[in-house]
Write a protein that binds this ligand. Structure first.
Ligand SMILES: NC(=O)c1ccc[n+]([C@@H]2O[C@H](COP(=O)([O-])OP(=O)(O)OC[C@H]3O[C@@H](n4cnc5c(N)ncnc54)[C@H](O)[C@@H]3O)[C@@H](O)[C@H]2O)c1
Length: 320
């Protein structure tokens, strides 16, 4: 298959493109090197891909209709995986308009170009943040998602609704995948595991929000990729799937794990809980298990070991 992958220079996109090429697919990658984190980091992510004859790359913004039109004109595309987005909960409160422009206007531009080119297969990256501070855990796809607590979460939920509209009006096959905090090699530098690892490594204090009891369902990158690949293979109608490990790790446990791996004690800069941050994320993955055959394989500790190994080997390259 020929797949168009947006956000290909990012954490999840670069892993996914590598896996799909290894599986025999051809990838047309799109990314604008958004300044949320460094271009040199993203260039490292693309290194393996750029050596492959099954990979072509366009530096383009998904909001730029002329550029996106041209990409669809020049390439035969069977399916789109749309990962490009302004990611991150806290920065979304400072840059609301930009989050809406990229995550919604950009998604609409992509959907419209697909429609005009009769491409009707899409996998869309959504997020566990759509569940807000729902009390019932684990979170199920059946639960209400009408109470997002950050602009980022609202853009992801709105993206799902747009996808539903294109399924209804034009018969698109779309799976919206709600990723639960993804970690592993190449993790985004703003995400807590990566950020804290770097700060602890450099003997700097870490911002420690609340009493350490907030909890996340951390999902290892290879498991997320497995879920995305299975959802590509089983794309049929409109569906929403949680992709998580269905295990919960507290903030305190996460910091302890970094301390153990680095052999250094964290210096805690204790701060109140942040607006927009949810207390817990915890995925009910029974739907993805039953319908996609999704079976996450990594526990937190083994995933952390692989992340830490990657960090140690890459820190000079990505932070020079
Ligand atoms: N990493 C997680 O824990 C997580 C959790 C839930 C959902 N998600 C979603 O998964 C997707 C991928 O996340 P990630 O962690 O790999 O993030 P990332 O920031 O590493 O990757 C996103 C990529 O999109 C690109 N991009 C941003 N704006 C763009 C634009 N206007 N045009 C073209 N490219 C643009 C960026 O340059 C970046 O390379 C995002 O949609 C994110 O919201 C991620």
């Amino acid at each position: 298959m020929n797949l168009l992958l947006t956000g290909v220079a990012g954490f999840i996109g670069s892993h996914l493109a590598e896996r799909l090429i290894a599986d025999g697919h051809t990838i047309v990658g799109v990314d604008n090197f958004d300044s949320f984190y460094s271009r040199s980091f993203k260039n490292e992510n693309l290194k393996l891909l750029k050596a492959s004859s099954s990979f072509s790359f366009y530096e383009a913004d998904i909001r730029n209709n002329l550029l996106i039109q041209d990409i669809f004109l020049k390439n035969k595309i069977d399916l789109v995986v749309h990962l490009a987005a302004k990611a991150g909960v806290r920065p979304s409160m400072l840059h609301v308009a930009e989050y809406y422009e990229v995550n919604l206007a950009g998604t609409i531009n992509l959907l419209e170009n697909m429609r005009q080119n009769n491409i009707t297969n899409l996998v869309f990256a959504s997020s566990s943040s759509v569940y807000g501070n729902n009390k019932k855990v684990p979170f199920s796809e059946e639960d209400s998602v009408d109470q997002p607590i950050s602009p980022y979460a609202a853009t992801k939920r709105s993206g799902e609704l747009l996808c539903k509209v294109y399924n209804h009006l034009y018969g698109f096959n779309i799976s919206c995948l709600r990723f639960f905090t993804v970690f592993g090699p190449r993790q985004r530098p703003d995400l807590a595991i990566h950020k804290f690892t770097r700060l602890i490594d450099e003997n700097k204090p870490i911002p420690f929000f609340g009493d350490g009891s907030t909890a996340r369902d951390y999902t290892y990158i290879d498991d997320i990729i497995q879920g995305v690949v299975r959802s590509i293979d089983k794309l049929n109608g409109f569906n929403i799937y949680n992709l998580g490990e269905s295990r919960v790790i507290t903030l305190r446990q996460m910091v302890q794990s970094i301390e153990k791996l680095s052999g250094k004690m964290a210096i805690l800069d204790k701060l109140p809980l942040q607006m927009g941050d949810v207390n817990i994320t915890y995925a009910d993955i029974s739907k993805a298990k039953t319908e996609l055959g999704y079976a996450p394989l990594h526990d937190f500790e083994s995933g952390m070991k692989k992340f830490f190994e990657w960090y140690q080997n890459s820190k000079k390259l990505i932070y020079s």
